[in-house]
Design a protein around this ligand. Structure first.
Ligand SMILES: NC(=O)c1ccc[n+]([C@@H]2O[C@H](COP(=O)([O-])OP(=O)(O)OC[C@H]3O[C@@H](n4cnc5c(N)ncnc54)[C@H](OP(=O)(O)O)[C@@H]3O)[C@@H](O)[C@H]2O)c1
Length: 361
C-alpha cells in the first residue's frame, strides 16, 4: 500500500481544527504530521495547547498529542513539511485570503473551511456530491497564483447542507422559489454550553451574516464554469431566516419550495432515495453510502437522534407534504461540524486526491 499523504492543519487547535484531528485519526489516505495556530499556541505540544478547551467527547488521538504546534504565519517552513493543508482559522477575511494564497503559492493545496475565498471566481466551492465539476477552475487558479501544484478549494457554509442536497436531487423539476428557515446548533459558533450558558433555555433569532450566505451560496454551488470562472446560477430565488437554537450539533431546516414542473410525492421520494454523486461512485472513504435518508415517521428527523446518520456525513429529510401556498414543504437536517465543516472538507480532499489534484510532493 502506498504511503499516506502528509497533512498539516492550520488552525488545528480550534473547534473545527479539533474535528479534523479526530476525523483524520486512522484515515486510510491521510496522516496529520503538522499542526499550526496563532503565535499564542506556537511552541506548545498539541495536548498542552488544547488543554481546557478540547471540545469533543472522543479523547485527543495519541498520534497528535505530542506534535509541537507551529506558528501559522511561518508559511514556507510549515508548508515544506506537508503534502497539503486543511485551514480553519479565526482571522479577518483579508488576512485569511492572504494566508491561504501564500500557502497555495508554495505549491501546497489548501482545503479550506473559511469563508474568505468562497466568492473568488477561480476558487471552487464544493459539495462533492453536487458540483465536483467545479474543480476544473483549479488550472486557471494555479496559473494566476504562479504554481503548478498549489491551489485553494473551499467548502460552503454549514447551514446550506441542511436543504441544498435535498433540493439538488430535484433539480430536473426546476425549483423556482425556496423559503428555508434554519435552526442552527451552537457548535456552529465554535461554542458549547459551558462557553455559552446564555444559550440554555434560549433561542436567538439572529446569526450575523448567515442569511446572506444561506441565500447566495447555493446559487454558486449550482453555478456553471464559464471562461475558467464560476458564474452563479440565477434560480431558484431563495429566502432564509437563520435562528440559533439550544442544541450542541446539527442544523435543521424547514423548507418550502415551488417548482416549474411540480413532481409527485413519489417522484421526490424516489429521487432522494436514488441520489448518488461522484463520492459514491468513487467509494471515497468518508462518503456516505446513502446520501439522503427520508424518515417516514412524522416526528423525524430529530437533531439529537439523526444528526449522526452515516457518521455525520449523510443528510436526512422528513415531513414531505403538499402545502397550501407552495408546492411542497419538508424538513432537512445535517451535522454542521461533520458534513457541514471538517467532514465536508475531508471529503473534498478525498475527491481532490482521487481526481489527481493532490499528490505527494
Ligand atoms: N464551527 C463551525 O461549525 C464552523 C463551520 C464552518 C466553518 N467554520 C469556519 O472555520 C473557521 C474556524 O472556526 P472555529 O469554530 O474552529 O474557530 P475557533 O474555535 O475560534 O478556532 C480558531 C483557530 O484559529 C486560530 N487562529 C486565531 N488567530 C490566528 C492567527 N492570527 N494566526 C493563525 N491562527 C489563528 C486559533 O489558534 P489559537 O488556538 O492559537 O488561538 C484556532 O486554532 C472560521 O473561519 C469559521 O467561520 C466554522
Amino acid at each position: 500500500m502506498s504511503a499516506k499523504l502528509k497533512v498539516g492543519i492550520v488552525g488545528g487547535t480550534g473547534m473545527v481544527g479539533q474535528r479534523f484531528v479526530d476525523l483524520l485519526n486512522g484515515h486510510p489516505w491521510f496522516e496529520v504530521t503538522a499542526i499550526s495556530a496563532s503565535a499564542n499556541s506556537a511552541g506548545k505540544t498539541y495536548e498542552e495547547s488544547v488543554q481546557g478547551r478540547w471540545k469533543l467527547t472522543a479523547p485527543i488521538p495519541e498520534g497528535v498529542k505530542h506534535i509541537v504546534v507551529q506558528d501559522a504565519s511561518q508559511v514556507e517552513a510549515f508548508a515544506s513539511q506537508v503534502d497539503f493543508i486543511f485551514c480553519a482559522v479565526d482571522m479577518k477575511k483579508n488576512e485569511i485570503q492572504a494566508l491561504e494564497e501564500a500557502y497555495a503559492k508554495t505549491g501546497t493545496p489548501v482545503v479550506s473551511n473559511n469563508s474568505a475565498h468562497r466568492w473568488t471566481a477561480d476558487v471552487p466551492m464544493v459539495i462533492p456530491e453536487i458540483n465536483p465539476g467545479h474543480l476544473e477552475v483549479i488550472e486557471a487558479q494555479r496559473k494566476r497564483l504562479g504554481t503548478s501544484t498549489g491551489f485553494i478549494a473551499v467548502k460552503p457554509n454549514c447551514s446550506i447542507q441542511s436543504y441544498v442536497p435535498a433540493l439538488h436531487a430535484l433539480r430536473e423539476f426546476g425549483p423556482t422559489q425556496v423559503v428555508a428557515s434554519t435552526y442552527q446548533a451552537i457548535s456552529g459558533a465554535g461554542k458549547n454550553f459551558t462557553d455559552w450558558p446564555d444559550m440554555l433555555d434560549n433561542v436567538i433569532p439572529y446569526i450575523g451574516g448567515e442569511e446572506e450566505k444561506s441565500e447566495q451560496e447555493p446559487l454558486r454551488i449550482w453555478g456553471s464554469v464559464e471562461n475558467n470562472q464560476i458564474v452563479k446560477a440565477s434560480a431558484p430565488l431563495i429566502t432564509t431566516q437563520c435562528i440559533r437554537v439550544p442544541v450542541t450539533d446539527g442544523h435543521l431546516a424547514t423548507v418550502f419550495v415551488n417548482f416549474e414542473n411540480k413532481p409527485s410525492k413519489e417522484q421526490i421520494l424516489e429521487r432522494w432515495l436514488q441520489f448518488k454523486g461522484r463520492p459514491q461512485e468513487l467509494a471515497l472513504p468518508s462518503a456516505p453510502k446513502q446520501f439522503i435518508t427520508y424518515f417516514e415517521e412524522e416526528n423525524r428527523p430529530q437533531t439529537k437522534l439523526d444528526r449522526d446518520i452515516e457518521r455525520g456525513m449523510g443528510v436526512s429529510t422528513g415531513r414531505l407534504r403538499e402545502d397550501s401556498m407552495y408546492d411542497y414543504k419538508f424538513v432537512g437536517l445535517s451535522h454542521n461540524t461533520l458534513r457541514g465543516a471538517a467532514g465536508g472538507a475531508v471529503l473534498i480532499a478525498e475527491l481532490l486526491k482521487a481526481e489527481g489534484y493532490i499528490q505527494p510532493k
